[in-house]
Write a protein that binds this ligand. Structure first.
Ligand code: SAM
Length: 354
């Protein structure tokens, strides 16, 4: 005979629960319901995007030595797999010699050797104005102007600084049609000075600039903006108008600011006065100011345009302000221009311009 099941055991699930749990059954059931609802809500509210997979080329934090010495990067042959070789070939921080601006330049050239040296290095020893302009180029240009289009190019700051610094060498970053260069030549002449005025410009302008200055610049020819020959025509015309040696002293350096400044630095060409007016975004202005500082003679002055113009907050003012803070200099606003305090003398025992 089969033993008799407890009452209701065949029809009720509660009867399957051990007797000791039966008093807690109601509480247990509510807990399970709350847990199930909570779990489902949690699942629904969580992101449906898959969690990111660990990168195949994760860069690991290098040792401190790695930050200061590129040669300490792990050689690829010691590394295993894509992750390791990526770590080896992409140090987290670039080598200092690449991301720091050069501050030491070559042994200074005598001032009267500057123009002959640049003619040798850049123009095969001949003035670029010799025989300029040939007829086929002249036909493409606007009539030369001794007062070409510029921006704040005759501001009082030029005369003030030329008078106080009495420069033998001026470097201008951003020359366009020569307005500020010709003004500096004229001011210098009035003070019986004849500085070399080295005008660094790639003479490309900037994208679509001709839309705004059609009356001032020649029409482009096969993609060439023709700013260099127009600049030279303007300088040559200023010479013809009685500014005597303008063409002999105002020399175009038709390259990017970075490459030209690196070359001047290597050749030991230093300036007493530097005007910065090329690229107006932060990165261009920051690079130009830092690169040009290396070729500024101690005691020399750097200044530039666009401290208080519509272009200033694109980056020029912020680059100038940051540079002054880093170097412990002061910035003196001057109309639309900025002027940095003179470059301090070199510390004893370091190379470069004296
Ligand atoms: C505002 S204009 C210079 C105006 C001139 N200082 C004046 O007042 O007549 C700027 C010039 O910088 C040049 N420029 C801009 N970025 C440059 C770069 N990275 N390298 C060389 N020239 C650059 C342009 O070609 C343009 O002619």
């Amino acid at each position: 005979m089969k033993p008799r099941p407890p009452a209701g055991a065949s029809s009720s699930s509660a009867s399957a629960v051990p007797a000791m749990l039966r008093p807690h059954l109601a509480r247990l059931t509510s807990f399970l319901i709350v847990f199930a609802v909570g779990y489902s809500l949690g699942l629904l509210s969580s992101s449906t995007r898959p969690s990111p997979r660990p990168s195949q080329t994760t860069l690991t934090r290098p040792h401190a030595a790695h930050l200061t010495d590129a040669s300490s990067a792990v050689p690829a042959s010691n590394a295993t797999g894509a992750s390791a070789s990526a770590t080896a070939s992409y140090p987290r921080s670039p080598p200092h010699d690449l991301f720091r601006f050069r501050e030491e330049c070559g042994e200074p050239l005598p001032k009267d050797a500057v123009i002959p040296t640049l003619l040798d290095k850049l123009f095969d020893g001949e003035s670029p104005y010799a025989g300029f302009p040939p007829a086929h180029t002249a036909a493409l240009l606007h009539p030369a102007s001794a007062r070409p289009r510029g921006w704040g190019s005759t501001g009082a700051v030029f005369a003030e600084l030329i008078e106080s610094v009495r420069p033998a060498v001026i470097v201008e970053l951003g020359a366009f049609l020569g307005a500020s260069a010709l003004h500096m030549a004229a001011v210098s002449r009035n003070l019986s000075l004849s500085p070399a005025i080295l005008c660094i410009d790639d003479f490309r302008g900037w994208p679509a600039f001709r839309d705004r200055f059609r009356r001032d610049v020649p029409p482009q020819r096969h993609g060439d903006a023709l700013l260099l020959p127009q600049f030279m025509a303007n300088v040559a015309a200023a010479g013809g108008d009685g500014d005597g040696d303008a063409a002999a002293r105002v020399l175009p350096l038709p390259f990017s600011t970075a490459s030209a400044l690196a070359a001047l630095c290597g050749w030991g060409v230093y300036a007493d006065l530097i005007e910065v007016d090329a690229g107006h975004d932060f990165h261009s202005a920051w690079a130009d100011i830092n690169l040009a500082w290396a070729v500024l003679r101690p005691g020399g002055v750097m200044f530039g345009h666009d401290y208080f113009t519509s272009a200033d907050d694109r980056g020029v003012r912020r680059a100038v302000t940051l540079f002054a803070r880093v170097k412990g200099l002061t910035v003196r606003p001057h109309g639309q221009h900025w002027v940095l305090s003179p470059k301090p003398p070199r510390r004893q025992g370091t190379a470069g311009a004296r």
